[in-house]
Design a protein around this ligand. Sequence first.
Ligand SMILES: NC(=O)c1ccc[n+]([C@@H]2O[C@H](COP(=O)([O-])OP(=O)(O)OC[C@H]3O[C@@H](n4cnc5c(N)ncnc54)[C@H](OP(=O)(O)O)[C@@H]3O)[C@@H](O)[C@H]2O)c1
Length: 370
Amino acid sequence: MTPTNTPNTTPMFAAPVLYDGDAEPQRLEGRRIAIIGYGSQGHAHARNLADRGMDVRVGLREGSRSWAAAEAAGLRVMSVAAAAAEADAIMMLAPDTEQQRIYDRDIAPSMRPGTTLWFAHGFNVHFNLIAPPDGVDVALIAPKSPGHRVREVFTQGGGVPGLIAVAQDASGAAREDALAYAWAIGCTRAGVIETSFAEETETDLFGEQAVLCGGVSALVKAGFDTLVEAGYRPEMAYFECLHELKLIVDLMYQGGLNYMRYSVSDTAEYGDYIAGPRIVTAQTKEAMRQLLANIRSGEFAKTWVAENDVGRPHFTAARLADADHPIEQVGVRLRALMPFLDARVVRPDMGVANLAGVSLADRSAVATAT
Ligand SMILES: NC(=O)c1ccc[n+]([C@@H]2O[C@H](COP(=O)([O-])OP(=O)(O)OC[C@H]3O[C@@H](n4cnc5c(N)ncnc54)[C@H](OP(=O)(O)O)[C@@H]3O)[C@@H](O)[C@H]2O)c1
């Protein structure tokens, strides 16, 4: 299958990695930039841009719980419509499922020739949920990291890697402007790769479904259940199938599968070779192909948008069904007893409690009560 609308990426690394020296930060001087949303990405982009001396305002919904936090960080905060109206460039950092509604209601009226619209993920543009008018530049600057790392690494003098792409180049400089924005949030300190909206969106959705979230969660649960059903203690199953995953992933992150295999015992490595192909079979690979086809056809996006339109019944049911899985029950108790983990407890209402600073005795109480 030939990827749709993807840049020529053969041979590998034909696309150059772009660094600080490739960017023209002065392109953003005097531009009025609106950051829509102040969540994971929004707070990091807004604060990094402000630290770089950019003219930033944050657009939030009325009654937003983030309003005070953004003001406390020294940022100008206003309604989304007001921020869009006074901006030359708008970075959309609200949740992907909300962006179409926000755009239609509060941003579209301010679109005029010369405006720039940026995204951190291509979902809404690639699947035609948002279709800005001609005359508007549309580009993507996607940090390859959660927003909190974007901010944290920036304040330490570094940056996280990022992607840029252009969907609509009315000005003839959409790419250069996107690269300047990538510089402003720190990404060119680490390296920026050019892609397309299609490639970024489709690979991102596939990765999270097949491997990172869907694949790994199902594998961890299946391994845990198999051991527990065979009579092993849940604590042992938790350590073997979930806790140790981080140690393995850290090795892969540093040196790929080769370094992980170099580091584990030969027995573990032999087990890897004989067991892996029995777990991830031709059937699994076929399921992955079907997931990808579903993403590329737009079917996944259509279903997910429809699910949101009716209040997310399936999503909520799935979330609640898994929230009480035995691996969560034993996990919350074990993590509470390991202070080095910086453990978090997600409550049934899905708020997050941080156990840092809670004494060991109190941690046991939290874990028992949860
Ligand atoms: N998180 C990541 O790791 C990551 C990485 C790369 C790219 N991205 C992309 O970055 C974008 C933002 O994601 P995120 O994870 O940063 O989002 P998020 O943490 O969920 O933040 C959402 C922000 O949008 C605001 N918001 C929610 N609904 C709104 C509405 N109806 N009207 C106005 N504002 C609304 C929220 O306001 P309140 O504060 O009032 O709730 C919050 O400030 C997405 O396109 C995502 O795909 C995310």
